[in-house]
Design a binder for this molecule. Structure first.
Ligand SMILES: *Cc1c(COP(=O)(O)O)cnc(C)c1O
Length: 419
């Protein structure tokens, strides 16, 4: 069956034919292609068409697909049983490695998704401080737990309101625009003693890539310390992408709690949250804050995650950043030469080329991008074998498997786009 036939069948079995909304490709006025396999920087659809992949499963595949060391580690783990529901060595080795790379995470808990990690971190912050309110930034996405579904980014930004989330729940969610320290200051001035935490993507990746302005993260750190609130860095995207130690290493700010996901699973479902021993020991069975999981610390996922982090230790981050930035700048220049206004936000191995006059520093500015121009660009790139995120407000990711030839092929495709 081809993608069209599979999509028709999927529509009868899953709402919108998908298990996660953006995959339906509605924002680029297209139907999804169904993927059959992937290797390195490439994916192949069920009709055998080849694509250079800049979505990378929305971030996890920073080594490219089927990295031999990761695949082998996963195979070896499966051969020893796929789940025990009891402690295993892999949990310790992965936790030790994460703690070494991200020293603010003295202790941690493994869960099965980024959503679980942020949901648990919020519960812990509330349990630790005995406070209910928290500050979240408009356009930041922290997974789909109820409390976060107020002005969330990514696919949630396209859902009008959030039916199913009682107003009583998001009443505790205080909103501010990204990079707007004054708005956060105002929340603390009004209700500082009730605020459990501020949660932030230290570089935002779900309203397109938006970088923290100078002093923004430092300001959040100071406000939280001053008012006895916890600072949570949601590093589900930035962890092991902005630097081996994540955004906190890159920007030199120490959060109280960190959430991880995506890359630490090496393509398997893993999330993780952690911080100081003092805070983490509020979790059951030591403390009273509850969180559990049938598949938490799954041996196959732990093995794939550890192999990924080990491999990343041999990778040249600055070199990939330099190549990615040069590639992204050339891509933007090509679009400009066709009369498109574009704004490029880029860091490490992530970038967003917004089809709008910049700058883009928050959700309002991100929302101004020309979605029709992006849809035209996306459709013509896909037709030429370039797989980009099916929405103009998402990141493009590169991996250590992308070659200069892959970038050159992509730029050639971009030169042929007609608006
Ligand atoms: C993807 C993402 C999440 C949610 O992770 P899932 O594994 O999809 O549940 C949370 N926070 C950020 C910053 C993300 O990008």
């Amino acid at each position: 069956m081809d993608s069209k036939a599979l999509y028709a069948k999927a529509l009868t079995l899953m709402p919108g034919g998908v298990n996660s909304p953006l995959r339906a490709c509605r924002y680029v006025n297209a139907e999804p292609v169904f993927i059959d396999r992937a290797k390195g920087a490439r994916m192949w659809d069920v009709e055998g068409r080849e694509y250079i992949d800049y979505v990378l499963s929305w971030g996890p595949m920073i080594l490219g697909h089927q990295d031999p060391a990761v695949t082998e580690a996963a195979h070896r783990a499966v051969d020893k049983g796929s789940s025990y529901g009891a402690p295993c060595l892999g949990e310790i080795t992965l936790a030790e490695e994460i703690s070494r790379l991200v020293p603010s995470m003295e202790m941690m808990r493994m869960v099965s998704s980024g959503t679980e990690a942020t949901m648990s971190a919020l519960r812990l912050a509330r349990g630790f401080t005995g406070r209910s309110k928290f500050v979240k930034f408009i356009g930041n996405y922290h997974g789909h737990a109820d409390s976060f579904l107020a002005a969330a980014g990514s696919a949630a930004a396209t859902v009008p309101g959030t039916p199913g989330v009682p107003e009583e729940i998001v009443r505790h969610t205080l909103l501010a625009h990204y990079n707007d320290l004054d708005a956060v200051r105002a929340h603390f001035a009004a209700s500082g003693s009730e605020i459990a935490c501020v949660i932030v993507e230290p570089a935002a990746g779900n309203m397109g890539l938006v970088l923290p302005a100078d002093g923004f993260l430092e300001g959040l750190r100071d406000l939280c310390t001053e008012h006895g609130a916890l600072l949570i860095f949601d590093e589900v995207i930035t962890g092991f992408r902005l630097a081996p130690g994540g955004a906190q290493e890159r920007f030199g700010i120490k959060p109280d709690l960190t959430t991880l996901g995506k890359i630490i699973g090496g393509g398997f479902p893993v999330g993780c949250y952690g911080g100081s021993r003092t805070i983490m020991e509020h979790m059951a069975p030591v403390g009273g804050v509850f969180q559990a999981g049938t598949l938490s610390g799954n041996p196959v996922a732990m093995a794939a995650g550890l192999a990924t982090l080990k491999r990343l230790g041999e990778c040249d981050y600055p070199a990939l950043e330099a190549r990615t930035l040069a590639f992204a700048r050339e891509l933007a220049a090509i679009m400009e030469s066709k009369g498109q206004a574009v704004t490029l936000n880029a860091i490490a191995s992530a970038f967003t080329m917004y089809f709008s006059q910049g700058p883009v520093t928050n959700m309002i500015e991100s929302g101004k991008c020309d979605s029709k121009a992006y849809a035209t660009f996306w459709q013509q790139m896909l037709a030429q074998g370039i797989y980009l995120a099916p929405a103009g407000f998402e990141c493009a990711f590169t991996s250590f498997a992308h070659t200069d030839e892959d970038f050159a092929t992509t730029l050639d495709a971009a030169r042929k786009v007609r608006f």
